[in-house]
Design a protein around this ligand. Structure first.
Ligand code: COA
Length: 156
């Protein structure tokens, strides 16, 4: 799946605002473009109105990026821009990601998240369960090591 340049702009614009810089979770434009070009990756956008078709001039509120291998998919990136949070857009976008995964024949979704990220509540609400801990997976520029929680969602 190749993203048009406009959609890459939208993804990067949200990415630059959404991820706290100290944890190094954000990807740059090249990484996103390469993933979409090389891997079995797909992305989705959500507009400020909750719709998925973001038209020229519309505000992009968030995006996801997933990569599948056979019947498993990893949710690589998921973000809502700070000014659009706590309005249910994260719920909406995650529901869409899961519905599309199911429609694509995916049986298991997994992701890694930083320990302590409030996103945990969102994932739990959609049925994800913790299946492992990667000790000291993230490293801040200050040298702090943070664990990653691996989460899994089994689809029927
Ligand atoms: C996580 C994130 C996507 C949530 O987006 P959102 O649009 O605010 O999500 P919603 O409004 O749909 O809320 C979803 C649920 O998440 C939980 N939640 C979200 N932010 C929270 C916070 N700051 N504190 C506690 N719970 C929070 C709540 O349970 C909420 O459900 P509720 O409002 O029904 O109680 C957003 O905060 C974000 O982009 N964070 C930075 C990027 C990131 O960490 N992504 C996940 C990487 S694994």
């Amino acid at each position: 799946m190749i993203a048009p340049e406009d959609d890459l702009d939208r993804i990067i614009s949200v990415m630059e605002r959404a991820f706290p810089p100290e944890y190094g979770e954000a990807w740059n434009r090249r990484q996103v473009a390469d993933a979409l070009l090389l891997g079995r990756c797909r992305y989705g956008l959500i507009g400020a109105d909750g719709g998925s078709a973001v038209e020229p001039g519309d505000e992009t509120a968030g995006f996801f990026l997933g990569r599948s291998i056979l019947d498993e998919e990893e949710l690589l990136l998921f973000a809502i821009a700070p000014e659009y949070r706590r309005q249910g857009l994260g719920h909406r976008l995650l529901s869409r990601f899961i519905d599309e995964a199911r429609a694509n024949g995916i049986k298991r979704v997994f992701l890694e998240m930083r320990h302590g990220n409030p996103a945990m509540h969102l994932y739990t609400a959609h049925g994800f369960t913790p299946v492992g801990i990667r000790r000291a997976y993230y490293r801040t520029p200050g040298g702090e090591r943070l664990d990653a929680i691996s989460q899994e969602l089994v689809l029927d």
